[in-house]
Design a protein around this ligand. Structure first.
Ligand SMILES: [Zn+2]
Ligand SMILES: [Zn+2]
Length: 363
């Protein structure tokens, strides 16, 4: 059986031992003080857990009997990322074929990188693997202009504009779920992913037993893929739904093409996440391994500040060595751009760069 893991960014450079130790210590302190913020799932004994230790590969097929056992392990291991299945199983620690799948909540993932915004051209960055120079380019650069090196790693960067546009797609998704699929708002939990996007968890038992093809239909409906065909299918609502959106945007003078309507109303979810019923998904209330930001519940989407509210690590100053970094904003402060320098940064900003492979503890 094919099992896909969670999406994890590749870091431009591997962290050295001192940096890895600093990150572990920082995450451990956070979990020691704030393990109560970790949102423990229902039926904890039936969930599969997994985590990625700093500098190592994924460990999964784990199980915890109680929230206390989970919290103790988080403090002990201080992993870079922590995951939990949206599915429940009879035997979560066995191999995938023997786990005994019982059902899975419906989940959605919307990432800023999937939204076609104008700002993307401004923050399409590559880091030279040899000298660390940050190169702005839409395509992978053939050579580093500084050292002529050919190895580059893409930096997945975001800004206020694309993070704002991502919110808009979250609102559209909530609209589809509540209006077209009759999901109550109370069953939808919205989370900031801890990096560049949002996750939605739907606790509605109508979806629990659904197999991947049925989940794919929901995903395609929300994305507006194959819309013409779906309008005739019995799963898509006949009244309201897309037909209402299309009618509402009809313009007598200049009939709009279907594609324009789809772009205006569809939600650019990652369908591979929604259709995967054996996934382990980043746990709410845990730190993201590529940012140090919190995956956190969002109660007020309009008022949520993705570059401020999830910043939970401390602001004790630490001097780090940065080969290169584009400009970024956290907690109302703007940092960088940096090029071969050793800035003194608050811990949260230092961790942000270190987890992206752009900074290390200064010698
Ligand atoms: Zn270079
Ligand atoms: Zn942007």
């Amino acid at each position: 059986m094919f099992v896909s893991g969670p999406k994890v960014d590749g870091n431009p450079s591997q962290a050295d031992d001192k940096t890895t130790a600093f990150l572990r210590r920082t995450y451990r302190e956070h979990y020691f003080k704030h393990h109560d913020d970790v949102e423990v799932p229902t039926m904890i004994q039936n969930r599969e857990f997994g985590y990625i230790p700093f500098g190592k590969g994924m460990i999964r097929h784990l199980s915890y009997k109680t929230s206390g056992e989970l919290a103790a392990d988080l403090v002990k291991q201080a992993p870079s990322s922590v995951f939990c299945s949206n599915a429940t199983y009879s035997n979560p620690t066995l191999s995938m074929d023997e786990k005994g799948w019982k059902g899975a909540e419906l989940i959605f993932d919307i990432d800023a990188s999937a939204i076609p915004t104008a700002c993307r051209a401004k923050h399409s960055f590559w880091a030279c693997k040899t000298c660390g120079k940050i190169i702005r380019s839409a395509e992978r650069p053939a050579r580093c202009p500084k050292c002529e090196g050919t190895g580059t790693a893409q930096l997945h960067w975001s800004c206020a504009e694309c993070l704002g546009a991502t919110k808009d797609h979250v609102s559209r998704l909530i609209g589809f779920l509540t209006k077209d699929f009759g999901v109550s708002s109370a069953s939808i939990k919205v989370y900031f992913s801890g990096n560049r996007g949002y996750h939605l968890h739907v606790n509605d038992e109508r979806f629990e037993a659904m197999e991947p093809p049925a989940r794919a239909e929901i995903a395609n409906y929300v994305k507006g893929t194959g819309l013409v065909r779906q309008q005739g299918s019995d799963r898509a609502p006949a009244e309201g739904g897309w037909s209402e959106r299309i009618t509402a945007s009809a313009n007598n003078d200049q009939p709009q093409r279907l594609e324009t309507v789809i772009n205006a109303f569809s939600s650019r979810i990652d369908e591979s996440v929604t259709t995967d019923i054996h996934r382990i998904f980043r746990m709410p209330g845990t730190l993201h391994g590529n940012s140090g930001l919190l995956k956190m519940r969002v109660h007020d989407l309009d008022g949520f500040r993705p570059e401020y509210d999830p910043v939970v690590l401390g602001d004790e100053e630490v001097t780090i060595s940065v080969q290169g970094s584009p400009v970024f904003s956290l907690k109302g402060r703007t940092f960088g751009p940096y090029s071969s320098e050793e800035p003194e940064l608050p811990t949260y900003a230092a961790v942000y760069l270190m987890t992206k492979g752009l900074g290390r503890v200064a010698d």
